[in-house]
Design a protein around this ligand. Sequence first.
Ligand code: GLY
Length: 593
Amino acid sequence: MRKSLAVTFALLLALACGVCAPTAFALPQDTHAAQDGPLQAKVPDATQPTRPDEPLVTARHGMVVSAQHLATQVGVDILKQGGNAVDAAVAVGYALAVVHPCCGNIGGGGFMTLHLANGSNLFLDFREKAPLAATPDMMRNAAGTVVKGRSTLTYLGVGVPGTVMGFDDALKKYGTLSRAQVLAPAIKLARDGFVLQPGDVRILDTSIDYFKQHPNVAATFLDHGQPWQAGQVLKQPQLAHTLQLIADEGTRAFYAGPIAAAVVKASQANHGLLTLQDFKSYTVQWEKPIECGYHGYTIYSAPPPSSGGTTICETLQIIDPYPFAKWGFHSAQSTHYFIEAERRAFADRNTYLGDPAFVRNPVARLLSAEHAAKLRAGIQPDKATPSSEVQGSLGPYQATNTTHYSVVDAKGNAVAVTYTVNSYFGIKQIAGDTGFFLNNEMDDFTSKPGVPNQFGLVQGNANQIEPGKRPLSSMSPTIVMHDGKLAMVTGSPGGSTIISTTMESILNVVEYGMSVKQAIDAPRIHMQWYPDEIFAEPGAFTPSVQAALEAMGYKIHPVRQMGDIAAIVVNSANGELESVNDPRYPAGAAAGY
Ligand code: GLY
């Protein structure tokens, strides 16, 4: 089982994973290609992709970085018009729903981490919720076997979307512009269309065969049945209409009006569970972010129902005493301790964490100094610990596509948003003429304890499906402070790899002293307990480090690339904002003024 898990995960990560690494180079099939028979994924090669050399961008007043250049520009325009970082974040979010439809969304959900100029640090949970008729075994057949594709490609995979209510609440509480103002650029992009770049087309190309199966999807996302080409203009009049309804009527249109009605109608026609009551009872939640210290920096990240902040902080607490900077980036020693810390933190993540409205998350214990010391003591100095010997370390439990963007404004407000429909284009279906893709976030739940989900995550009962519950996430929008001042805004897509990618972006800057460009360009690694392997981008290790790690008992699994980082770093010497587009995602852009 371990081997097939590793193979599945590697396939998903390296070439398929909609949540992971949309790539301009690998022409990946989506996540489900590996599972669904007719759309077989090709085995990737792990050679170093040729990536563009993206220029460093500096700015004095404000900065936006996202996975799609037109959405980035929408955010900069809002900042220049006098909007604050929250206004810009909401405008970018709606724009990404148009120009980055695999991942930007109104049919999914996500998280927002905020640092406000008044010093407060906040977190908004607008994660999807399971329908009220959901049951723990709904992804299994009568024999108790998980049915392939049910949680990823059918209406049973759809959670009640949270993005529209999340954006509306953030804007009302902390924005300065009207809903119509922040939605106007997205409506224009949907109505008038935008010119597709090669990076946009390659993401659409991942899902052509799925688009062909649904006439209402093909009508927009295919050009007379054929794939769109770079240079052509993609118009989305139905999405423009839906966005205009939201601009005019707000959350009512989405949760109690024609949009909810259209989604429920399509769900009921396709054996889904969604009802109008699911939409009416949907709520978002403001929480305190997870907070931890690391070498003089304070990290604010996502609390449950995300596992991101907890797992990042638990890993950092374990490695805190080790001299990583002296040992060097991806040296055998720093890699060994990083991977062993991640192995243990992911075992805890997969065992104990779930929606706090349903389970008690032992976050304080997981992040205590005693717990870190206990886990540290179990790490052998020169030997990998097999994952089979690592369990959730508090005793038995009782009882990815995504996109990230970062915004900083001139007043000192910072916003990190990670939101998702899970796989590329979610279930790859659009309800009626609503124009937007619906998520398959139900796959983030435990379909059956011990059976891996599409990210290879083996999870437990804390994350079982229950009515109205939010699935456990890895999304980690993160803000890093130093001496009370903003130091970094960061995050990434990539399912379970989000945690490693976000954490490495922080370590690269605060531990290894890299510039934002070096930190983003640097190859990444990841370990998630099971499969018991280090996933490594090309160039992650020198041949001698790789040999040393293998001698310690590590299996290294090459993958072509992991998720892109959208980070902004504040230069402590001159206060300038610095960012760069991650070359793993060539359609993106960093821009400021
Ligand atoms: N859908 C990926 C995550 O939330 O972790």
